[in-house]
Design a binder for this molecule. Structure first.
Ligand code: COA
Length: 145
């Protein structure tokens, strides 16, 4: 398996498979801004030429400087084989090299797979009741680099 930066062909593939990988309408999650404007640190995992996972993340200039993972998705037939872990480790390395002091991600309350995954990778988890607006709670994960 290899990881590498994203290309337009990869982006087109992700948009085409997203609904299937998430089990429902999800196309908007991969908004073009995460490729065209923020795609410099986005990563792809590939096995024998097949795209098996992706991580749409970027470095935010806030204080502290943060590597933010907007969206990670692993091919359903390749889950629990450390593809997600590999993508996060690569992203964390790149974020650190770019001066980030922590990495961060959020997920919907009730996404148990994502919750377990982030905790397994050493993230601290806080449930923020109004994170995405009044009554719109999110799990907020952070890990120092
Ligand atoms: C969540 C997701 C990214 C995990 O990717 P993955 O490649 O399967 O995860 P890994 O194999 O690297 O898992 C690393 C560890 O995380 C934990 N973990 C991962 N998925 C888990 C799950 N569904 N349930 C419980 N623990 C889980 C385990 O401890 C695992 O180690 P182990 O397999 O040795 O026990 C993947 O299931 C996915 O794409 N889900 C749908 C999209 C999504 O919810 N994305 C996150 C929000 S943007």
């Amino acid at each position: 398996m290899i990881t590498r930066g994203i290309t337009k062909t990869d982006y087109d593939t992700i948009v085409a498979v997203l609904d299937r990988w998430w089990g429902g309408p999800s196309g908007e999650r991969a908004h073009p801004v995460f490729f065209y404007e923020l795609g410099e640190h986005a990563l792809i995992a590939e096995e024998d030429g097949v795209l098996v996972g992706f991580l749409l993340g970027f470095i935010s200039d806030g204080s502290p400087r943060t590597g933010y993972v907007h969206l990670v998705g692993i091919h359903p037939e390749h889950r629990r084989r450390s593809v997600g872990k590999l993508l996060y480790l690569q992203f964390a390395e790149r974020a650190k090299a770019a001066g980030a002091e922590r990495i961060k991600a959020i997920t919907a309350v009730g996404n148990e797979g994502s919750d377990h995954f982030h905790r397994a990778l050493g993230f601290t988890c806080v449930e923020e009741p109004s994170y995405a607006g009044e009554g719109r709670a999110r799990l907020v994960f952070t890990r120092d680099l």
